[in-house]
Design a protein around this ligand. Structure first.
Ligand code: PLP
Length: 254
């Protein structure tokens, strides 16, 4: 019996070209990218090439891309990272009721840490109400996080309008784009996006690797303590093969 798979929103099959690109980073190029000798340099080069490719995919600069373990980690890092970095400035975050649990559960956690969260309503098609968003902003608002594309019903939110509202009030704007990358053209600089989460396994890459874009100049608290990888923001030896897989998976995007 043939199996037909129609749930590419849940995950995608790793493409053969992706798998083939990854294999050498388990075998001949297995070095630790932070080491200084030959096989390490190969791994480091692969990581940095991937950073450039992922940046190009979303119109970012290379140094604005941080590799993380998954889309959920990118979301956690964005929300907690800004909440903790800006807690002296304010404790209010705005999001929507239809975010993925990676956002909603992180917000629930932040509520236990003294942060106030506004969960915006959406209409019957899943769109946020921009007037409700404007009215929700207070002088304590430090972050707005609205998903780019919804994982259940596919609604594409008015991201550029939200970004403009955030910018006009000097508030950081994060978007969970795990479902959008590869399906929608994204240019973070043109669209005014400050932070963006993405995940490789939605674009024919492997599970267990994602990236967070953070616009240059935005300070955020690290989520993972440890070594000084990822500009000291995410400790842990880089998942070179996964990062190469994310890079190759990016090729599947329009
Ligand atoms: C909108 C959205 N955000 C975040 C995630 C979490 O990504 P990951 O599975 O890489 O942790 C998903 C996964 O389904 C998602 O659809």
């Amino acid at each position: 019996m043939n199996t037909y798979y129609f749930d590419n929103g849940a995950t995608t099959k790793v493409k053969e070209e992706v798998l083939n690109a990854m294999i050498p980073y388990f075998s001949e190029h297995y070095g630790n990218p932070s080491s200084v000798y030959g096989i390490a340099r190969d791994a480091k080069k692969a990581v940095e090439e991937a950073r450039e490719k992922v940046a190009n995919l979303i119109g970012a600069n290379k140094h604005e891309i941080y590799f993380v373990g998954c889309g959920s980690e990118a979301d956690n890092t964005a929300l907690k990272g800004i909440a903790y970095a800006k807690k002296k400035q304010g404790n209010h975050i705005i999001t929507t009721k239809i975010e993925h649990p990676a956002i909603l559960e992180t917000c629930k956690f932040l509520e236990t840490q003294g942060f106030d969260i506004t969960y915006l309503n959406v209409d019957e098609q899943g769109f946020v109400d921009l007037n409700e968003l404007k009215k929700s902003i207070t002088d304590k608002t430090i972050l707005i996080s609205v998903m780019f594309a919804n994982n259940e019903i596919g609604t594409i939110e008015p991201i550029e309008d939200i970004a403009k509202i955030a910018k006009s009030k000097n508030i950081i704007f994060h978007t969970d784009s795990v479902q959008a990358v590869g399906n929608v053209r994204i240019n973070v600089h043109e669209m005014g996006i400050d932070m963006l989460s993405l995940s490789a396994h939605k674009i024919h890459g492997p599970k267990g690797i994602g990236a967070l874009y953070v616009k240059e100049g935005i300070d955020f608290e690290k989520f993972m303590n440890g070594g000084h990888q990822e500009k000291d923001k995410r400790g842990g030896t880089e998942n070179t093969a996964g990062i190469v897989g994310l890079r190759k998976g990016s090729r599947t995007c329009k």
